[in-house]
Design a protein around this ligand. Structure first.
Ligand code: COA
Length: 378
């Protein structure tokens, strides 16, 4: 009997989870049972990390302690900074992040301990140190000294401070905080799946997070935000959007920031980023980027809604980063920094009830060929 091939593992349930719930038809997303809209509007990223890793919203005191642990773990060893310098100015920041996380494994006392307690400790450390890696590499590639973490600032505020060298205002910090919240967890997406495959071999969390970073880098996953802003620049003016997109779509191409494997309605995360991109573009006096994106969404891509193709989380994210003065190639690492808690949680779940993830491929090549010695081959 011919095997049933589930190409791309589309619609395949891999396991059960208590991490997040996604209703792709309704456009609904819950983390640990809490609606993403409530979390984006009322929570902080620190609270959301706690929620994901411990399964419940923290009390004030639990949050204070947890936040203090995060702040105390931001520094990375000098050797890791040197490794980031060695990867070179031309390396993509995602490659630097991948290298930095890998290098951190050499300094982590729990590296090969896959117990839930050690995995949690490592996940918290990687969440805390991730921004330091990205910011240090960004400074080094400009020939600048890395900025040491500031324990007086929140996770998002400190990242912006280390990256840009100035303490950000509360509004800017909140923008990035919400962005981190929206990216924190999303079920068995490609990078979390990759991380789970790594964990399923009983490899360690650093290896799983490195896998996650590598998988996230592609433009069909986390790379889309960078591509969206490239597109906005190439379009230049809203009135060029129709022709620009038509050329891509008629040639069988895709508009980045649209479509999703699970959401066949609007991605619920997009709403928050759309609102914030609009407000920020007005605040900084550069409305054209938001106008171009809105034109693409509301004019060009409307017929695609019938096919379940709507904006996803990446469509407006890039516009926000760009308006904050963040270079294009840092868009994906920012996504990755938000996702480290989600990858950690996915690995915790995988370790808890582990089975090696190992699907099959149906062989369709030739069979039983005669082996020809090398001297007789032509
Ligand atoms: N623009 C135009 N058409 C798109 C599209 C897009 N962004 N996304 C999907 N489609 C079309 C495909 O061309 C395909 O058409 P066909 O049936 O005529 O061949 C159809 O929709 C289904 O696409 P498929 O790749 O099978 O769906 P998927 O569920 O595997 O795709 C993505 C999910 C994310 C890979 C896809 O939507 C995509 O490439 N989007 C752009 C990249 C992006 O924004 N990624 C970030 C995701 S959060």
């Amino acid at each position: 009997m011919a095997p049933q091939i589930m190409k791309g593992l589309k619609d395949v349930y891999l396991d059960t989870t208590t991490a997040s719930f996604i209703d792709g038809q309704e456009g609904k997303l819950l983390y640990r049972g809490y609606n993403i809209h409530d979390l984006a509007e009322k929570s902080t990223f620190e609270e959301v990390i706690y929620l994901l890793l411990y399964g419940a919203l923290p009390t004030r005191q639990q949050l204070r302690q947890f936040d203090a642990t995060l702040r105390a773990n931001r520094r990375i060893p000098d050797e890791v900074i040197q490794a980031l310098d060695l990867v070179g100015k031309k390396s993509h920041p995602m490659d630097a992040l991948r290298t930095g996380i890998s290098a951190l494994s050499g300094f982590d006392p729990d590296v090969s301990d896959n117990s839930p307690e050690a995995t949690l400790r490592k996940g918290i450390r990687l969440t805390a140190m991730g921004p330091t890696i990205v910011a240090a590499h960004h400074r080094l590639r400009q020939g600048l000294e890395p900025v040491a973490p500031n324990p007086d600032l929140s996770h998002a505020g400190n990242f912006l401070y280390m990256l840009l060298g100035e303490v950000p205002d509360a509004e800017t910090t909140k923008l990035l905080d919400v962005d981190f919240i929206l990216h924190a967890e999303h079920g068995a997406n490609a990078s979390a799946f990759g991380a789970r495959v790594t964990a399923s071999t009983l490899s360690d969390l650093h290896s799983a997070v490195v896998t996650g970073v590598g998988v996230l880098k592609g433009p069909w996953h986390g790379g889309a935000a960078e591509e969206v802003m490239k597109m906005a620049h190439e379009i230049g003016q809203p009135e060029n959007a129709e022709e620009y997109c038509r050329k891509i779509l008629d040639g069988g191409g895709r508009i980045m920031g649209f479509g999703h494997r699970v959401y066949k309605a609007e991605d619920p995360r997009a709403r928050h980023l759309r609102q914030r991109a609009k407000a920020l573009s007005e605040k900084v006096g550069q409305p054209q980027w938001f106008q171009i994106l809105t034109y693409v969404e509301e004019k060009v891509m409307v017929p695609y809604r019938r096919r379940g193709i709507f904006v996803n989380v990446d469509f407006f994210a890039g516009c926000i980063y760009y308006l904050l003065g963040i270079p294009d190639d840092l868009f994906i690492p920012i996504f990755a920094l938000g996702r480290i808690p989600g990858w950690t949680l996915q690995c915790l779940e995988q370790y808890k009830d582990n089975i090696l993830i190992r699907p099959l491929l149906e062989y369709v090549g030739p069979m039983d060929l005669e082996y020809v010695p090398i001297e007789r081959r032509r």
